[in-house]
Ligand binder design. Structure first.
Ligand SMILES: *[C@@H]1O[C@H](CO)[C@@H](O)[C@H](O)[C@H]1NC(C)=O
Ligand SMILES: *[C@@H]1O[C@H](CO)[C@@H](O)[C@H](O)[C@H]1NC(C)=O
Ligand SMILES: CC(=O)N[C@H]1CO[C@H](CO)[C@@H](O)[C@@H]1O
Length: 527
């Protein structure tokens, strides 16, 4: 998509610009590729999982079910906090780049990367390079590897960073904090919610950050989700990314650049936009989940049929630049951006539909959220327990993920990615990969259907009455298993069967009272 646009622009603006555009995009292009293997297309964020559990999950579930990769929680040394007790966000407060964290040791990390790679599942690291811990983080060795540090003195000998390596003098606000998101310099040079802001303009700091990322690349990771990119200058990031090694040739083709996807929260209305970052790698499209939530909730008069031109037609960034998601670890608990419309596992019926829609639709690289449960307690629209960390033992260590006989997870782990409907839509996305959005139908309300060439077809009923229609699916004739109410097992369907005629037409009946009011079939669910 982006390549086509380059050529299109070049034709209009002359050949000098062609060179400049191709050079610019050419550099960034490689870092837009997630390098997923075997035609796999979706990433899952196993938020706060331990490395030993992720290694097991790659082998027993993610590999066999066609997941392309895992976004892991930050693997580096982080602060350990008692008040509140071990919050999830302590992982977003680095103390050093040593690889021991709440999720496990360096050896466990290496073992996980190796075992996941060996079953074709990539690892993407959540990289926290904008800042260190909070300015009020204190002094001592309350850190995940036990490294001593002093937030007050800006002293992090584990790296080492000293007060020279922070932006305290560059920031121009009275408080040293970001006070006004309308001022791009503040947003990038001042402290984000009190976090000590690294001077990424310094060669020394860039070197330490690149060394950290390169160590992980050499261990075999496929790329990075880069945290808080809005708070870093694109030019500084370009230098850091430019220093990164190619991926390890034990698992990736020679010359592969790490996949980079950058967290830039851009819902419009601020001077910093995602456009400033798209040449460096992909960017998280926060409008996607916020809008999709509004549509599925039918708020503001939105209807599902308005999504006929879903994607760029809704003002999202160009397809080749986007990472998309229904919810993430921040906005599922009211942090970050997106607001109340975000659909999470707490609204499981709507969540399955919204994730199903995302996985069926060709736009963007898709990321599925896998959460832990917490004691949600909303007062006046604010969750009083939005800080709660993962399921843990009395000593604060993270609990292992237990698997129930029915393949769901226990001990507080939600495991949305294991829900049959979501797991089967990850497979659907792989089966239809590369096929165009096709055969759209709607009832001018909240009943819609679309296909992906002749490889897959999906029908949604989000209206308050039944759907009963015959539609052109574009699929070859035959009997298909619906992969939402069940799936194909051997030569039978465990859920609904859909009969597609020789003319590609099929009859669909979906009650608005069905457990899951949508139906999906694909080439590999055919009997
Ligand atoms: C790539 O991974 C292999 C297997 O873990 C390892 O032996 C090798 O040293 C790595 N390559 C680099 C450049 O680190
Ligand atoms: C890998 O690519 C580099 C250039 O990027 C080249 O020098 C090297 O010979 C290649 N190695 C293999 C094994 O193809
Ligand atoms: C506006 C509207 O509701 N249109 C149609 C939606 O679909 C059902 C059948 O599935 C029709 O009966 C409605 O008229």
């Amino acid at each position: 998509m982006a390549a086509g646009q380059c050529v299109f622009l070049a034709h209009r603006r002359g050949s000098m610009k062609l060179f400049i555009l191709l050079a610019l995009f050419g550099l960034g292009f490689a870092q837009h590729n997630p390098h997923t293997k075997h035609g796999r297309t979706a990433i899952v964020h196993l938020f706060e999982w331990r490395w030993a559990d992720i290694a097991a999950e790659c082998e027993r579930f993610l590999g066999p079910n066609g997941f392309g990769g895992v976004q892991i929680s930050p693997p580096n040394e982080h602060i350990v906090l008692n008040s509140p007790w071990r919050p999830w966000w302590q992982r977003y407060q680095p103390i050093s780049y040593d690889l021991c964290s709440r999720s496990g040791s360096e050896n466990e990390l290496r073992d996980m990367i190796t075992r996941c790679n060996n079953v074709g599942v990539n690892i993407y690291v959540d990289a926290i390079i904008n800042h260190m811990c909070g300015a009020s983080g204190g002094e001592g060795d309350h850190s995940s590897c036990g490294s001593w540090f002093s937030a007050g003195k800006r002293d992090f000998p584990g790296v080492p960073y000293s007060h020279w390596d922070f932006n305290d003098n560059k920031c121009r606000t009275g408080s040293g904090e970001i006070e006004n998101y309308g001022d791009a310099s503040q947003v990038r040079d001042c402290r984000l919610v009190g976090l000590l802001d690294l001077a990424l303009e310094k060669d020394y700091v860039r070197g330490k950050v690149a060394d950290y990322m390169n160590k992980l690349i050499d261990m075999g990771v496929a790329g990075f989700r880069v945290d808080a990119c809005k708070h870093m200058w694109p030019g500084d990031l370009a230098v850091v990314y430019g220093r990164l090694h190619n991926l390890n040739t034990s698992w990736f083709p020679n010359g592969s650049k790490p996949f980079i996807y950058q967290e830039v929260i851009d819902l419009g209305g601020e001077p910093i936009t995602s456009t400033e970052y798209v040449h460096l790698g992909r960017v998280t499209e926060f409008k996607y989940g916020a809008k999709l939530g509004t549509v599925f909730r039918k708020w503001n008069g939105e209807k599902l049929f308005y999504t006929r031109n879903w994607g760029e037609g809704w003002g999202f960034m160009p397809d080749g630049n986007a990472v998309v998601f229904v919810d993430n670890h921040d906005n599922q608990r009211g942090h970050g951006a997106g607001g109340a419309s975000i659909v999470t596992f707490w609204d499981s019926r709507l969540h399955k539909m919204a994730v199903g829609y995302m996985l069926a639709h060709p736009y963007g690289v898709a990321r599925v959220m896998s959460s832990f449960r917490w004691n949600r307690h909303i007062v006046n629209g604010k969750d009083q327990n939005d800080w709660m960390g993962p399921p843990s033992h009395g000593d604060g260590s993270t609990k292992s993920v237990s698997i129930n006989p029915d393949q769901t997870c226990g001990d507080g782990w939600v495991c949305e990615h294991r829900w049959r409907q979501i797991k089967n839509m990850v497979i659907f996305r792989n089966v239809v990969n590369g096929e165009p959005h096709s055969n759209w139908w709607d009832n001018q309300s909240n009943q819609v259907a679309f296909g992906r060439g002749n490889r897959g077809f999906i029908v949604f009923n989000n209206d308050d009455w039944d759907l009963d229609v015959t539609l052109n699916t574009g699929m070859p004739g035959g009997t298909y298993c619906d992969v939402i109410s069940g799936q194909k097992e051997g030569n039978r369907c465990t859920g609904k069967q859909i009969h597609v005629g020789g003319d590609g037409r099929a009859h669909f009946r979906i009650s608005n009272r069905d457990e899951d009011p949508f139906v999906a079939i694909h080439a590999e669910s055919k009997l």
